[in-house]
Design a protein around this ligand. Structure first.
Ligand SMILES: *[C@@H]1O[C@H](CO)[C@@H](O)[C@H](O)[C@H]1NC(C)=O
Ligand SMILES: *[C@@H]1O[C@H](CO)[C@@H](O)[C@H](O)[C@H]1NC(C)=O
Length: 489
């Protein structure tokens, strides 16, 4: 038939086909009473996305019941996007601009009716993420002083440490569970040795240096003291950074200064332990000599990093190199601004106590896009910024537009001071800082779930709760849910 078609027939056929496709899409879209397309001012990205939807896009029916546990309002809005990654070699930019909107038209969903939802599939969007540097991670050895019970719960270690060749030594008060926990974590790929220690915590922390030194191999270059809540987003990146910036064949210490100047005023210019204290093997060799070691072990302070500091000051000419990538994170409240800065963080601390960000959940996305994409930042046409694994933020009033004084509405080159305190307290480590935005200027969807879909990819669910935006006019009074599916490479 097609071969014999005249030009007129062809036109006619195309028209019928187009009408039929549109009819099908239209019918499916309005299949249920609750799946209305949301239009209007409240969700500005809807308009932008409309122009990208054409009849060629596929529709599939999905079950969204899993979202029930994340929403509190009867109805909620939903949008999603599939992401394909493109790997590149080189430094990660703090911000990558993408010249298209992230989401399609959001749909209105009802909690009571989440099965068999017809969804428009936009073309997958392609995002460039860096490859991990090639690095020999077995040059690192880590020590933590903590209880066996806390170690058992430290699943953040499973993100960065298994099968890296790096040793982990843990000094713990004697526990009946030590062997069981050691065995369990070894099975998960950690090269772990638990040492029974009756020393008080600060001394056990410092004593880790001797354990690491004694267990070193010809390969070992860095001995690291850290806390049980010190998180490393990417061990290859950290190793590459150390190799590039420091000479581990010399007596060297690399450490974090507190990001809170008041902590520095209180404790002094010490290597703050939570950010990780990195000793080169020659420096450790100098400190563990009996005559020095015994004096350092006798230092009577209630902080392990304080002992390190006094030991160094009194018995060595080496001083810490404060690396801005290592983070002690002495701030409390909403840490969002820092996690939305796009900056590389070599270490992250206090995420379970001073503020709350679920590191294992955030970092799970590495199973689809690698270690280096965690907290990577992308800006889209619809005034939306993705800080991968932390948040998706919409700036309804714009980002690049200028205010009356000619300043950008949102200067994404500066870190938003979202946590408690003043700029003066944090500028020396985290600046330049900018003021916290109001709820009218910034609408935040926070990561609530990361699910690994075997053989397919990793799905992230981000939610903005209406109860968190009570000051904002929200005609729909609905929670807002968006999902990203990162396809496996
Ligand atoms: C653990 O580390 C030690 C010292 O580097 C090494 O001899 C041993 O083979 C490692 N074990 C595993 C399972 O990697
Ligand atoms: C991370 O992914 C694993 C599957 O690989 C899953 O079992 C686990 O619950 C996830 N963890 C978090 C905290 O999201």
């Amino acid at each position: 038939m097609a071969a014999a078609m005249t030009a007129r027939n062809k036109q006619c056929f195309a028209l019928v086909l187009a009408v039929a496709t549109l009819t099908i899409i239209w019918t499916m879209r309005f299949l249920g009473p609750n799946h209305h397309v949301i239009t209007g001012k409240i969700i500005p990205y809807a308009k932008a996305a409309y122009s990208h939807i054409s009849p060629q896009q596929t529709i599939r029916t999905v079950d969204l019941s899993r979202l029930q546990k994340h929403v509190k309002t009867e109805d909620f809005s939903y949008a999603h996007r599939t992401i394909r990654t493109k790997l590149f070699t080189g430094e990660r930019p703090t911000l990558t601009k993408i010249n298209e909107p992230l989401f399609g038209t959001p749909l209105r969903m009802s909690q009571d009716d989440l099965e068999g939802i017809p969804l428009l599939e936009l073309e997958p969007i392609e995002l460039a993420v860096p490859r991990s540097p090639v690095a020999d991670t077995s040059i690192m050895s880590f020590s933590i002083a903590t209880g066996v019970d806390r170690l058992e719960r430290a699943d953040q270690l499973l993100h960065w440490l298994p099968n890296t060749g790096a040793q982990l030594h843990v000094l713990s008060p004697p526990s009946d569970d030590a062997l069981t926990v050691e065995h369990k974590l070894r099975e998960q790929g950690l090269n772990l040795t638990i040492h029974n220690s009756d020393l008080p915590f600060p001394k056990a922390y410092f004593y880790g240096l001797k354990e690491l030194y004694q267990a070193r191999t010809p390969n070992t270059q860095w001995l690291v003291l850290m806390d049980d809540d010190t998180f490393i987003p990417s061990l290859p990146y950290l190793v590459d950074h150390l190799n590039t910036n420091y000479d581990a064949t010399k007596e060297v210490m690399v450490a974090a200064v507190s990001d809170n100047i008041d902590q520095v005023k209180t404790f002094g210019l010490i290597p703050f332990g939570g950010g990780g204290i990195f000793f080169s093997v020659p420096l450790a060799a100098a400190l563990v000599q009996d005559k020095i070691w015994d004096k350092c072990m006798a230092i009577d302070l209630n902080q392990g990093d304080g002992i390190v500091n006094d030991c160094l000051n009194h018995y060595s000419a080496t001083r810490p190199s404060f690396d801005p990538g290592l983070n002690q994170m002495d701030f409390s409240g909403d840490a969002g601004g820092y996690f939305e800065s796009g900056r590389r963080m070599l270490t992250i601390h206090h995420w379970k106590t001073w503020y709350h960000v679920d590191m294992p959940m955030a970092a799970n996305i590495s199973k689809a896009c690698g270690f280096e994409c965690v907290f990577q930042r992308f800006q889209f046409d619809d005034n939306i910024v993705l800080s991968n694994g932390y948040s998706i933020v919409e700036y309804p009033k714009g980002i690049e537009d200028e205010d009356a004084d000619g300043n950008k509405l949102v200067d994404l080159g500066k870190v938003e001071l979202t946590w408690a305190g003043s700029k003066g307290q944090y500028e020396h480590h985290i600046g330049p800082l900018r003021d916290r935005l109001g709820k009218e200027e910034k609408k935040t969807m926070r990561l609530v779930e990361t699910e690994v879909l075997p053989g397919k990819g990793v799905r992230q669910t981000y939610v903005e709760r209406v109860e968190d935006t009570e000051s904002v006019e929200n005609a729909f009074k609905m929670d807002r849910v968006v999902e990203l599916l990162w396809l496996n490479p």
